[in-house]
Design a protein around this ligand. Sequence first.
Ligand SMILES: Cc1cc2nc3c(=O)[nH]c(=O)nc-3n(C[C@H](O)[C@H](O)[C@H](O)COP(=O)(O)O)c2cc1C
Length: 149
Amino acid sequence: MYKASQGIEATPEEQQATNIVTKYLTQFLNADKVVFAFPLWNMTVPAVLHTYIDYLNQAGHTFKYTAEGPVGLIPNKKVVLLNARGGSYSEGPAAAAEMSVNFISNIMRFFGVQDLSTVIIEGHAQSPDQAASIIETGLKQASDAAVTF
Ligand SMILES: Cc1cc2nc3c(=O)[nH]c(=O)nc-3n(C[C@H](O)[C@H](O)[C@H](O)COP(=O)(O)O)c2cc1C
């Protein structure tokens, strides 16, 4: 992608990799609304989602650098994050350790997204006796969010 941005010729393998990045980046840029549905895995996102975010992080497309610092380029996209995690991270010291919702939220804000909402189902592994009601409540919140999305 760097070579392409600088007009440097890419090898066939690099061109193939660049085509994949461009395909997903274009799909994301063309969408009015985007749903990210992801679990918390080992305090962060699954590697495939990290790779997807790497595809989207392209200066000149989702953000740009200015003399005043980086500016997001997609302020009008509507984004919702649907997250599930077995433990509870919404409050206390665990909140800072959580790097999936925090990560994707930070990236979306970096891209300039203003309409960002989140539905989290959490604690069903930590509190198995409450798992059924935690999941039921969370799924209801997801259904309600879908009505206005
Ligand atoms: C590989 C792996 C790692 C996980 N790491 C965490 C974790 O760090 N913290 C946590 O609270 N739950 C963790 N979990 C539990 C999942 O977040 C939980 O099962 C969640 O419901 C997964 O979403 P899903 O039900 O949509 O698959 C992990 C699960 C797996 C399979």
